[in-house]
Every structure is written in C-alpha cells, then in structure tokens.
Design a protein around this ligand. Structure first.
Ligand code: KIV
Length: 271
C-alpha cells in the first residue's frame, strides 16, 4: 500500500513528516524557469538550485567558479516557475567559508533577492557556527557530506568517499553535529550504501542520497544527467530516463536540413 501523502506546498516540515511516514523524498536540480516549471508540475518534492550549475550551465570543470550573484540569478528564475516544491539554493564556494558573518550575509542575499526557501552548505564540524548563525535569522539549512565537490582539490578525485573507517566515523559524527546544530535535512554524496544507511538510521532528519544507495530517505540527481543532456559524466549512480542529447541534436539536424532545402518555412507557416 502506498503511503504517499499529498502536500499542497512542500515545506521543511513536510520532509520530516515524509521520513516518519516512510515516504521517499524526490529531489532534482533546476537552474532556470523553463525546466523548473516542468519539474515542479511533475510533482517533485524539492528543487535544488545546485552549484552544479557551474558545470552544467556554464561549462566549468568544477563548482568553484560560480559566484553568489550567478546563484541568485539562477535561483530567482527557478522561484518564478515553482508553485509546490521546496526550493533549496547552494551557498557557492567562497561565499561562506570566511566566517559565520559572511555565511549569514550571503544567505540573506539569496533569501531576499531570489525568494528561495532554504540554503545548502557543504561541510561538517567546521561550518557548525555558521549554520547556527544562519538559523538565528530563521533560514532553514540543508547539510551536505561525503563527496563535497567544493573541496575537490583537497580530495584530488571524484571517487567514492568514506570507504576507510576513520573517514566513515568522522562522517557519522559530522551528521550528528549537523542535526544538533539544527539542519532540517542532509545530502550524502557518493559514499558506500551501508554507511549511508547507518547515518539515515542514526539521525532523525531526512537524509537524501546521490550515489549513496537506497536505504536513505530520498534521492537527488542533477536533472541534466537524468534526462541525458549531459553525456560525458557517467558515474554508476546516474539513471538516464531520457537521451535528450541525441533527441535535441536530431531535431536541430532536421531543422538545418529543412532550412538549407528551403522546406522551412512553408506557406502555412508564413504570413
Ligand atoms: O550542486 C548540486 O547539484 C548538488 C547535488 C549533486 C546534490 O549539490
């Protein structure tokens, strides 16, 4: 029997209710008005305006170059499209690591200038003070542990994190600290499924996985990976529901052929 509950507007409280009802949380990225509208109309629970926009939208190799102004631009486009989903925005690299005041100021800019509902930050113990300060301003915070792409140059590679005991234990401790600090949910990226299960069972807040197995409370993917617009990125955790790269390329090739052959526009398509 399905335990699916219909929420008119998804809030941080809805997500907590879903965890306790055993209903899995669905989350996808969106960075612009048109795709955010489709994703929201389809009934997604959470839209993440991820700093993966740096890779997907701008073509950078890492998430580091995207700026706070650019994140606000993406987030405000998404906000204009969405009626139901909870909208979470990544604090970009360099907008919060300085100190908790910087973290709060960046958060306030995102909330005021985009109209989003919550922010997400990468890190554990080292960002606890910032999380607490942001929460005193009434802004919900989502945590992010495991593979944290803003630290790619520290890790050196995008391989699975926390396979060794010491890193796994640290991750479990960090997850508890994030919950105690007041995070409403936590993203776990690219860690062993068994470890993700242990975290999801040891904390009350919803745990949303990407490459973290199915024992967590929800799943997130980058939309462009899941609909097959991006082609080069092929980790095993991506399920491609469409092959839009090929479909769009085929359509563009047909259009070019029609233009060159003087078959577009027809009389019916003209005034
Ligand atoms: O920026 C992003 O898209 C993310 C997800 C991969 C969780 O942080």
């Amino acid at each position: 029997m399905s335990v699916h509950k219909e929420f008119k507007k998804v809030t941080t409280h809805s997500l907590s209710e879903m965890k306790h009802l055993g209903e899995k949380i669905s989350m996808l990225t969106a960075y612009d008005f048109s795709t955010a509208k489709i994703v929201d109309d389809a009934g997604i629970d959470v839209i993440l305006v991820g700093d993966s926009a740096s890779n997907v939208m701008a073509g950078h190799e890492t998430t580091l170059p995207i700026t706070l102004d650019q994140m606000i631009y993406h987030a405000s486009s998404v906000v204009r499209a969405v009626n139901r989903a909870l909208i979470v925005v990544d604090l970009p690299f360099g907008s919060y690591q300085g100190n908790s005041k910087e973290a709060l100021n960046s958060t306030i800019r995102i909330m005021k200038e985009s109209g989003a509902h919550a922010i997400k930050m990468e890190g554990g113990e080292e960002i606890i003070e910032s999380i607490k300060r942001i929460l005193t301003a009434g802004v919900p915070v989502m945590g992010h542990l495991g593979l944290t792409p803003q630290s790619i140059y520290k890790f050196g590679t995008y391989t699975v994190r926390a396979k060794e005991d010491a890193e796994a234990e640290k991750l479990v401790e960090d997850a508890k600290l994030l919950q105690e600090a007041g995070c409403f949910a936590l993203v776990l990226e690219k860690i062993p499924a068994g470890l993700a299960k242990r975290v999801a069972e040891s904390i009350e807040i919803p745990v949303i996985g990407i490459g973290a197995g199915h024992h967590v409370d929800g799943q997130v993917l980058v939309l462009h990976d899941m609909i097959g617009i991006s082609q080069e990125f092929n980790p095993r955790f991506i399920r491609r529901y469409l092959n839009l790269y090929d479909d769009i390329k085929g359509a563009v090739e047909n259009y070019i052929r029609d233009v060159k052959a003087k078959e577009f526009p027809s009389n019916k398509e003209s005034y």
